[in-house]
Every structure is written in structure tokens, then in C-alpha cells.
Design a protein around this ligand. Structure first.
Ligand code: IPE
Ligand code: IPE
Ligand code: MG
Length: 252
């Protein structure tokens, strides 16, 4: 309890320091973590070194999200299209994922982060699937931050899976398909839509990410390469977000 109080005081201090409005902290931040390969190339390193550095940037962002009281952090780890890369790169990414999700469990628990893996998980290597179950189970009790790692994720695939789920659950009887019903069929069921979508790496596109959920998200495209994205960058985005006028189709 004492610890919670201290955390809250620290949080108020950060809000004051950065001029953030505690009532307008985004609930859900989604990130397309792009630019690992280019980060490595600039340093004459193999692309895999960029992924390693990228995983460290993610650790920082998890911590900063907890500091700021962001409740949902949804990051694009591997897309349904990323299988097109070289066998070496795909194997490296799968191995990194497999190792890190176990190694990071103590830190996730320390941060109060509950990790979920969303995507077409059945197509992942069996040993990766096994570690995914372990990490989800071992962090299931945490309530401070919901961390969604999107793995073998595609927005189109998610929608197709949602339609299949809907048809399965309405088998025989007629059920009306509403936005609410569809939401409950998505991988992200029960979660609020992202308030913010960030893409690092300089490209201005969505690359099949969260196509349904970002209907009214505030978009941020940064030239910063993902391994260079840190605490200050996330805080700056939240500052800018708080200045934006969200109308959701209405008039203010
Ligand atoms: C994002 O960085 C990480 C993954 C897609 C796994 P990239 O690997 O796409 O890096 P760039 O875009 O080639 O620089
Ligand atoms: C999007 O980045 C996927 C992830 C960050 C995991 P890509 O590098 O795969 O996207 P494109 O190919 O530039 O559109
Ligand atoms: Mg890329």
C-alpha cells in the first residue's frame, strides 16, 4: 500500500515535470516498432543486431508506460507478412521471442504487466507456442499494465478469424452482427481501442496493423528508428496527444 502511494506521488511529479494533464493520459497506446534493420545497417551490423537493440527499446517503453499510467500497450512484433524475410532473420526473431518472453517474466511481474500474445498463434513454431503459454500464465495476475505482443498478426487475418468465430458461435440460430458483437470476436476483445498509434522508422503506412481498432486513433509517424525510441520520445507523443482535438465525428 505504502509502495502504491509512493508510485502515485512519483507519477504526479512526472506529470508536473512534463506538463501532462493527469485526466488526459491515453488509456491505450499501439506501436508499429519499425526501423530495426536500418538502425543496424547504419552501424554496419547485421539486421539481427537491430532486433536485439529493438527488444531493449521495448523494455524501456514498457517501464515508461507503467510510469505514465498507460493501461494498454499493444506492439507489433511480427506480421503475417514477415515470413517473407530470409530464413536466418525469421529464425533469429522466433528464437529471440522464445528466449525473451521467459527471461522477462520477473521484470514483467515487477512492473505489474500482464502479457498477452495476439495473432495467428497456431502457425508459430511449437516451442514458441509453449513459451507463450508460460509467459501468459505466469503474468496473468498482473493488473497495472496490459501488454499485447502482436505476433504473426495481420489486421485482415484478425477480421477473417473474427468472422469465422462469429459464424461458429451463431451456428444454427440467427444472431445480429453489430459493431459490439464484432468487437467481441476480435483478438482484442474487451479492450478499449487505441487512443494513439505510433509508427517509428519514417514510413507512413499501416502495414496491416489493427485495421479495425484504429478507426479513431490519433496517428503519429516518426522518423526515429525503433531502437532509438525511448522514454523522452513517448512522453513527447503524449504531450502532443493532449493538445489534439478529438471530435469522433462530432462538433466541438
Ligand atoms: C521492425 O524493424 C521489426 C520487425 C518487422 C520484426 P524492421 O526489421 O522492419 O526494420 P527495417 O524497416 O528493415 O529498418
Ligand atoms: C511492420 O513493419 C511490422 C512490424 C513492425 C512487426 P514492416 O517492416 O514489416 O512493414 P513494411 O514492410 O515496411 O510495410
Ligand atoms: Mg520495416
Amino acid at each position: 500500500m505504502m509502495e502504491d502511494k509512493q508510485k502515485e506521488l512519483d507519477r504526479q511529479k512526472i506529470y508536473r515535470q512534463y506538463g501532462l494533464d493527469s485526466k488526459k493520459i491515453p488509456q491505450h497506446v499501439a506501436i508499429i516498432m519499425d526501423g530495426n534493420g536500418r538502425w543496424a545497417r547504419k552501424r554496419f551490423l547485421p539486421r539481427t543486431a537491430g532486433h536485439k537493440a529493438g527488444s531493449e527499446a521495448l523494455r524501456t517503453i514498457i517501464k515508461t508506460s507503467v510510469e505514465l499510467n498507460i493501461k494498454y500497450l499493444t506492439v507489433y512484433v511480427f506480421s503475417t507478412e514477415n515470413w517473407k524475410r530470409s530464413q536466418i532473420e525469421v529464425d533469429f526473431l522466433m528464437n529471440l521471442l522464445k528466449t525473451l518472453i521467459i527471461r522477462e517474466i520477473p521484470t514483467l511481474n515487477k512492473n505489474g504487466a500482464r502479457v498477452r500474445f495476439l495473432g495467428a498463434l497456431g502457425d508459430l513454431p511449437k516451442d514458441v507456442q509453449k513459451n507463450i503459454s508460460i509467459a501468459e500464465k505466469e503474468t496473468a495476475h498482473n493488473q497495472i499494465l496490459n501488454l499485447n505482443l502482436m505476433v504473426n498478426y495481420g489486421g485482415r487475418r484478425e477480421m477473417i478469424d473474427a468472422v469465422a468465430k462469429f459464424l461458429e458461435q451463431s451456428k444454427g440460430e440467427k444472431q445480429e452482427l453489430t459493431e459490439e458483437v464484432f468487437n467481441e470476436c476480435l483478438y482484442t476483445r474487451g479492450m478499449p481501442d487505441p487512443d494513439i498509434l505510433v509508427r517509428t522508422g519514417g514510413d507512413v503506412r499501416i502495414s496491416n496493423y489493427l485495421l479495425w481498432q484504429i478507426a479513431y486513433s490519433e496517428l503519429f509517424f516518426l522518423d526515429t528508428l525503433w531502437p532509438d525510441f525511448g522514454r523522452e520520445e513517448l512522453i513527447q507523443i503524449v504531450q502532443q496527444f493532449q493538445k489534439r482535438d478529438r471530435r469522433f465525428g462530432g462538433v466541438k
